[in-house]
Design a protein around this ligand. Structure first.
Ligand SMILES: CCCCCCCCCCC/C=C/C(=O)SCCNC(=O)CCNC(=O)[C@H](O)C(C)(C)COP(=O)(O)OP(=O)(O)OC[C@H]1O[C@@H](n2cnc3c(N)ncnc32)[C@H](O)[C@@H]1OP(=O)(O)O
Ligand SMILES: Cc1cc2nc3c(=O)[nH]c(=O)nc-3n(C[C@H](O)[C@H](O)[C@H](O)COP(=O)(O)OP(=O)(O)OC[C@H]3O[C@@H](n4cnc5c(N)ncnc54)[C@H](O)[C@@H]3O)c2cc1C
Length: 638
């Protein structure tokens, strides 16, 4: 490294003056962010364990080839498993460890979808057989639903599972090219088993899409089993990023599996070839998606807060213009324009944290009710998970990109951590349901509710997240003809669905503030953030509020004045509010966001570590640069 003194690199906290300004108890806020003292303890311990272990190093990802990258991911996953076993980590600690390793891998699908699918849709017997193997990673599973031709339209899947009563088996088959499974993570190179979704055919009759446990690869030498064609679908968006994952393609050629490998909690096929439906709603076949959507909402605040932490710390370090009498220039965080872009994102990170917490509660509640055969809250749970997944992932992906821009040119460097964070995160807008398709589900739920409000036959009063509808006069009077014109109005209905979800986020933030929140100044800070979140939305959509007569121009102006004042209140606390996320420098993976704010020497040092700087004269000089300079280009071999 050239030109950087040791003292500039080590030990000095360049953000100390910012930290000294804060008006609240940061340690207490850390507990609020984590959810509880216990959750904080686990998260803090495990994040430090991962950060201090060179085996989990991740700063070289963008320079590795796909093959090297993937092999390194396999190594890390194996190393993580060894750590979990050696240290006898609990399930909670193990999940945190995978989280802080911070690299998309087949294990996400194994623990995040394969196991939950068996738990949610398998019978007791099936769970007893498969779960112990999966928990010990003696089998590795993936979730194979999407096909080349159909993803959103699950009912349009073409893979078939035909029951053969002679042998008591299902024959799993891909009848067309478009029926090839396409996208499942972990499928390409690793998974030994899949939960494969296929149209069930019994005695010549079709019964819709069901899940089946299918072994794909030998447990001895990993070769594909008879009738299985399997591989990776190729490079995806961004360098490094999601390319650590082996999203795969899979074709079945009349693959036979025993009858008891159909997931039979929702419906069963007997050995005589009888199809039986349990009392539970058919939609429970989609249960794994509901579960994962809920976890995606909980994770959105992690990705957004990470980007916001980087952009906030860097905005306090970065200075441009405004020097008075040779004094320092202005910190860019002091520009009102920077604040009006950054602080709503900071507020959103907190809002999404709390909505994630609430959705976890809602999911646990609906699961408990389902076990007691109470299916009444399932439509609301589906609408909430679908809608909030859509809202939070769209806002988070857009927010990460905004944070990159807030960091100016340096935000475009891989060492800022923001390009990779965006590339890894943005598919969340598509997987587990395209965000528009999911909002249409919310719109459908809302229209159904409105039509029931208008019907004299229905005695049902809307409760939970739609209880407010009884208070909206024109909805109460609505004889809903919208059901008939749904497709025509769908673009507007999607906007209504977003507004409904925003209302949930704001009201759950307000409810959170009604709880007791210990720690000096903590509640006040959260109140400021909650007001920013709500008023920013009002400001952004003031056209809608004004045109519907919900507010007057005077209200709109007052809201905007208030917003400016709230930004000034956040300013001295901004660094402490991102410190409360308690992220290690390892997890942040960003020179711009490092805790000590010592950005410039680190950027300078990192540049010299780039492989392109290994030699002063680049490879290719003699072939391509010198002939150009010497005007010998016509004779050069290109
Ligand atoms: C802790 C670690 C966590 C790690 C997590 C892992 C990390 C993630 C890595 C990424 C992995 C990605 C995986 C995937 O992407 S898997 C594939 C996901 N695919 C989808 O999400 C497809 C989206 N499509 C659908 O969900 C459905 O097809 C759709 C809802 C769009 C429509 O379904 P369908 O046409 O069958 O149904 P209808 O519209 O006719 O509706 C019928 C009624 O059923 C209701 N419904 C629909 N879905 C559900 C559901 N999931 N639960 C409950 N109810 C549901 C629907 O509203 C209709 O109701 P009404 O008749 O009353 O109106
Ligand atoms: C990184 C990644 C990982 C994935 N992992 C898995 C996995 O592990 N397992 C798995 O099974 N799948 C996986 N998937 C697949 C994923 O679930 C699907 O891609 C997703 O559900 C979207 O479906 P689609 O690709 O068919 O999009 P399409 O439905 O083809 O969407 C294309 C466009 O059409 C629009 N559109 C579609 N239908 C409608 C409609 N009814 N009305 C209005 N507009 C509509 C959409 O909004 C979108 O703009 C993964 C995908 C990605 C990107």
């Amino acid at each position: 490294m050239e030109g950087v003194g040791e003292e500039e690199m080590e030990g000095v906290d360049h953000l100390a003056h910012e930290r000294n300004k804060s008006e609240f108890d940061v340690d207490a806020m850390k507990i609020v962010w984590a959810g509880s003292p216990h959750a904080f303890d686990v998260s803090d311990r495990i994040s430090k364990l991962v950060a201090s272990d060179p085996g989990f190093r991740k700063d070289n990802r963008s320079t590795l080839s796909r093959k090297e990258l993937f092999k390194n991911t396999l190594r890390k996953a194996a190393y993580a498993w060894k750590t979990i076993v050696d240290l006898r980590l609990s399930e909670e600690e193990a999940a945190k460890l995978r989280f802080y390793v911070d690299e998309p891998a087949f294990t996400d699908l194994h623990w995040g979808m394969f196991i939950p699918a068996i738990k949610g849709q398998g019978t007791e017997e099936q769970q007893q057989k498969w779960l112990p193997l999966a928990y010990k990673m003696q089998i590795i599973g993936c979730y194979a639903q999407t096909e080349l031709g159909h993803g959103s339209n699950v009912q349009g899947l073409e893979t078939t599972a035909t029951f053969d009563s002679q042998t008591d088996e299902f024959i799993i088959h891909s009848p067309t090219l478009t029926s090839s499974k396409w996208w499942p993570g972990g499928l390409g190179k690793v998974a030994t088993h899949a939960i494969a979704y296929a149209r069930l055919i019994v005695g010549g009759r079709e019964h819709g899409v069901h899940g089946f446990i299918v072994q794909l690869r030998s447990l001895e030498d990993h070769s594909p089993l008879l009738g299985i064609t399997v591989g990776d679908i190729g490079m995806k968006f961004g360098n490094g990023a999601y390319n650590t994952m082996d999203n795969g393609v899979l074709q079945f050629d009349h693959v036979r599996i025993p009858r008891n490998q159909m997931l039979m909690r929702v419906s069963q096929v007997t050995c005589e070839g009888k199809y039986k439906q349990s009392d539970v709603p058919r939609q429970l076949v989609y249960g794994t998606m509901v579960y994962v959507r809920q976890t995606i909402v909980a994770d959105a605040s992690c990705a957004l807060s990470r980007a916001v932490c980087i952009a906030t710390r860097y905005s306090a370090v970065r200075r441009q213009f405004g020097s008075q009498n040779g004094g320092p220039e202005t910190q860019v965080i002091d520009y009102k324009t920077q604040q009006s872009r950054l602080f709503p994102l900071l507020a959103s990170a907190y809002a999404f944290r709390f909505i994630g917490e609430w959705l976890k509660w809602l999911y646990a509640d609906v699961t408990q009710r389902l076990q007691a055969n109470d299916f009444s809250t399932l439509p609301e749970a589906h609408a909430c998970t679908a809608g909030l997944k859509s809202l939070t992932t769209t806002a988070t992906a857009d927010g990460i990109e905004e944070c990159r821009k807030l960091c100016g040119g340096h935000g475009y460097l891989c060492s800022s951590g923001l390009p990779e964070l965006f590339a890894v995160y943005v598919p969340a807008c598509t997987y587990e349901g395209d965000n528009t398709v999911l909002l249409l589900q919310v719109a459908r739920f809302l229209m159904k509710t409105v039509s029931q409000l208008g019907s004299r036959l229905s005695s049902k009063k809307p409760v939970g997240t739609i209880a407010y509808m009884t208070r909206v006069e024109h909805l109460m009077q609505c004889r809903c003809g919208v059901q008939r014109g749904f497709a025509e109005l769908s673009a507007d209905l999607v906007e209504a669905a977003v507004a409904h979800c925003q209302l949930i986020v704001v009201s759950k933030f307000i409810e959170k503030l009604q709880q007791e929140i210990p720690g000096k100044g903590v509640k006040q800070q959260l109140e400021v953030l909650c007001n920013i979140y709500a008023l920013f939305l009002l400001h952004k959509h003031q056209g809608d509020f004004l045109s519907t007569g919900c507010i007057t121009p005077k209200h709109a102006a007052l809201a905007n004045d208030e917003l400016r004042s709230l930004y000034s209140q956040v300013r001295p606390n901004a660094i402490a509010l991102v410190d409360a996320f308690n992220y290690t420098d390892h997890y942040l993976g960003s020179i711009l966001g490092c805790y000590d704010g010592n950005v410039y020497p680190k950027l300078y040092e990192a540049a010299w570590k780039d492989p392109l700087n290994e030699s002063v004269v680049p490879d290719g000089y003699h072939l391509y640069i010198r002939p150009l300079l010497k005007q010998e280009i016509r004779t050069a071999r290109l």
